[in-house]
Structure formats: structure tokens, C-alpha cells
Write a protein that binds this ligand. Structure first.
Ligand code: PMP
Ligand code: GLN
Length: 389
């Protein structure tokens, strides 16, 4: 047999799938893969069902339905004061993952350098490499996940085509602040580079913090591609509806990738998301408040068992150091062990790095029903012999 593509073949099955399969096999409470439970808005489910019955089920425009493009533009105006032309600056994709791939395939020429910040979401690097890009990795280190400005600057060169940033960030829960973003904006201008802004968690942000899209900073309108995901904003990850917002000169090449990858996205789901984006402020506040309460519940439970839990300002995820529990193996062994033996699945943080010694943190997803969080905590408490709350 002739060999398959060597870049993609060098990767195993994604950890999210691996841990979810293991969780099912062992009847574990799945706090591994990042998907919410119990938060799906009934109005969107009804809107999708209605649109399924009443609207066309044929290919919509490859750029997305006019209603959804208008809703994405209006959402950007409402939350970020950003003026967006829905006809020329918005493209609907089949999820944030497709949007990321479209941006990377559409912009990277073989040999271009791409700056990536670790810990990084698992789809970035394979796609960058498959597109012929050369990755320049910069590391954030726990427990503070501070942006190493010197190292970031050193990763840029005349060959840099683009940077990918993810804020709020998976798995760290970091939210980039205005100063960090201004520093990044300076580098993009100095090195004439673009930025793919993975902002799928923009509404999952806590403790009164506000999400600041890089595209809103001076000079960034023509350099940034902003990616959103209805999967996260409406707790419907299986729908795979995403969107890219960028100036026409950047969006056009990205649309060239999209037209050969997914081309379109189910029209009834687009209609429901268009309606959802117009939800009252109470919806968005309720989403963040509800998740913040779950974050706090899980953090308290893990801390009582003995984990050292890091702060989380956004996203679905808590990162916890398990060394205080006396575990001497690495994080991959730990997460498999607790899935099989304690009946609680988590994801090892080392998989978000290419190498190095961050091997003692587990990522727990808190976007679950209260009962699931309670059950996970009591299983872990029993397993580690901690007093039950
Ligand atoms: N980026 C990050 C950082 C994510 O965690 C996810 C979650 N899957 C995505 C992108 C992709 O989102 P979607 O499910 O819309 O493809
Ligand atoms: N973003 C989710 C996570 O980090 C999962 C996405 C996926 O399974 N590909 O867990």
C-alpha cells in the first residue's frame, strides 16, 4: 500500500475522542472532552426544528445565510462596537474548527512561519503543518500562564505570516488583557503579519471580566480574522456552526478554502443561530453566571480532595495540579487511571504542548449538570480517601 499523508499520519486519534471513548467504556462521569450538558437553550432547538420544516433544505449561499451573516455583524456591533459588512466581511463555517482550517489553508504558503502559543488547541499544529507552514512555538507556563513577551517577539521574523491566539484560552482559562493584546498588535504591525483570533469562548468569561477582540484594537481591522462558534455560545457543540469575521481582502482567500472543504452548513441550524445571536442580554449573562457557579462548585470540590486548582477566568476548563495527592506518574497515566478506577474522566494538559515538563496537571470540564459535578467529586473523594462534603 502506498503511504498516506505523512503529516496527518504522524498524529494519533485526538485525546478528546480517546478520553470520551474511555469514559463511555468505564461508565465514567465525563469531565474530559469540552462539551456542555444541560445548558441547551430550548428556543434554539425549537427554531431549528421549525426551520427544518418550513425552510429550504438545499445548499444555502456558501458564505452563509443572509440572516446569520447579518446576525453575526449585529452581534459584533452590539458587544464590541465593531462595524462589520455582513455581505463582504462574514463567512459561516461548519464550526470553529473548519473556520480555523479555512484561515490556515487560505493564507499559508509553504515555508511561511506561523507563531503559535502553547498550550495550544489540538487542531492548530496539524493544519499549520499540512498547509506547509513552519511552526514557531512560544510557551505559557503554569501556574500563571503569563505571556513571555521576549520569547514571543523572538518568534516573529520577516517570514512570519500569522499568529494564532486563543482568548479566552483552552485549557488555561486565561483571558488576554488589553496590555497583552496591545503588545501583540505591535508585533503584528512591526512584522506585517496577520492574526487568526480563536474567540470561540468569548461569552464564557467570568468574574466580571470582558472579552476584548484583538480586531478592535487600532490598526488591527485589516490584520485579524475573528472566529466564533455557536457550539460554545449556545451550548450546542454538536451543531458545528461557526463564523469568521475579517476584512474582504482577508476573507476572500479564506473563502477559497471553505468552498472546497465544507462549502455550506445546514440551513436550519444557521437560522436558529441567527435567532439565538439576537438573544436578550439576560441570556448571555445567564450563560456566564451559570458556568461561573459550576466552575466554583468544581473548584471547591477538587480543592477539598487535595488538588491544587489554578484560577480560571474563561472557557469551560479548570486546570488542577494532582501532585499534592501523592501521584507520581505523569498526567496521561493519571487521567486514564482516574477514568478507569475512579470513574471520572479528565484530559492531560501535556497534550496541549509539543514537549516539556508540564506533566502534572489535569484539565476538568465544569460545563456539566450540577448532579454530574457532585457525582464526580464524590467519586474522586472516595477514590483518594478524602473526607466527603
Ligand atoms: N478552538 C478552541 C480553542 C476550542 O476549544 C474549540 C472546541 N472544540 C474549537 C476551536 C472548535 O469549535 P467548534 O466545535 O465550533 O468546531
Ligand atoms: N474543544 C473541546 C475540548 O477542548 C473538544 C473539541 C473536540 O473534541 N474536538 O475538549
Amino acid at each position: 500500500m502506498k503511504s498516506a499523508n505523512s503529516v496527518l499520519s504522524s498524529y494519533g486519534t485526538t485525546i478528546f475522542e480517546v478520553m470520551s471513548r474511555l469514559a463511555v467504556e468505564h461508565g465514567a462521569v465525563n469531565l474530559g472532552q469540552g462539551f456542555p450538558e444541560g445548558l441547551e437553550p430550548p428556543a434554539l432547538l425549537e427554531a431549528a426544528a421549525r426551520a427544518m420544516k418550513e425552510q429550504s433544505q438545499q445548499y444555502p449561499s456558501m458564505m452563509g445565510t443572509p440572516a446569520l451573516r447579518r446576525a453575526v455583524a449585529e452581534h459584533a456591533r452590539r458587544f464590541h462596537g465593531l462595524t462589520v459588512d455582513p455581505d463582504r466581511e462574514v463567512m459561516v463555517t461548519s464550526g470553529g474548527t473548519e473556520a480555523l482550517a479555512d484561515c490556515l489553508f487560505g493564507l499559508i504558503e509553504p515555508g511561511d512561519e506561523v507563531v503559535l502559543i502553547e498550550p495550544l488547541y489540538d487542531s492548530y499544529l496539524p493544519i499549520v503543518r499540512r498547509a506547509g507552514g513552519v511552526a514557531r512555538l512560544v510557551r505559557l507556563e503554569p501556574p500563571e500562564w503569563k505571556l513571555p513577551r521576549r520569547a514571543l517577539e523572538a518568534a516573529f521574523s520577516d517570514k512570519t505570516k500569522l499568529l494564532i491566539i486563543n482568548t479566552p484560552m483552552n485549557p488555561t482559562g486565561k483571558v488576554f488583557d488589553a496590555e497583552e493584546l496591545a503588545f501583540i498588535a505591535g508585533l503584528l504591525e512591526r512584522f506585517d503579519a496577520y492574526c487568526v483570533c480563536d474567540e470561540v469562548y468569548e461569552h464564557l468569561i467570568y468574574d466580571g471580566r470582558r472579552h476584548l477582540p484583538l480586531i478592535c484594537l487600532p490598526g488591527m481591522r485589516e490584520r485579524c480574522l475573528r472566529i466564533g462558534s455557536a457550539g460554545k455560545t449556545f451550548s450546542l457543540t454538536g451543531w458545528k456552526v461557526g463564523y469568521v469575521t475579517a476584512c474582504p481582502a482577508l476573507l476572500q482567500p479564506v473563502a477559497k478554502a471553505h468552498q472546497y472543504i465544507a462549502f455550506t452548513t445546514p440551513p436550519n441550524l444557521q437560522q436558529a443561530v441567527a435567532e439565538g445571536l439576537g438573544s436578550a442580554d439576560a441570556y448571555y449573562r445567564g450563560l456566564a453566571d451559570g458556568l461561573q457557579a459550576r466552575r466554583d462548585k468544581l473548584a471547591r470540590g477538587l480543592a477539598a480532595i487535595g488538588f491544587s486548582v489554578l484560577p480560571c477566568y474563561g472557557s469551560y476548563f479548570l486546570t488542577a495540579d494532582f501532585r499534592p495527592l501523592g501521584w507520581n506518574g505523569d498526567d496521561v497515566e493519571f487521567c486514564k487511571h482516574i477514568t478507569v478506577k475512579a470513574g471520572v474522566a479528565a484530559v492531560p494538559v501535556s497534550i496541549f504542548y509539543q514537549a516539556g515538563d508540564v506533566r502534572h496537571y489535569a484539565r476538568f470540564c465544569f460545563a456539566k449538570k450540577d448532579e454530574a459535578i457532585d457525582e464526580a467529586i464524590s467519586r474522586l473523594a472516595r477514590f483518594f480517601g478524602a473526607p466527603q462534603a
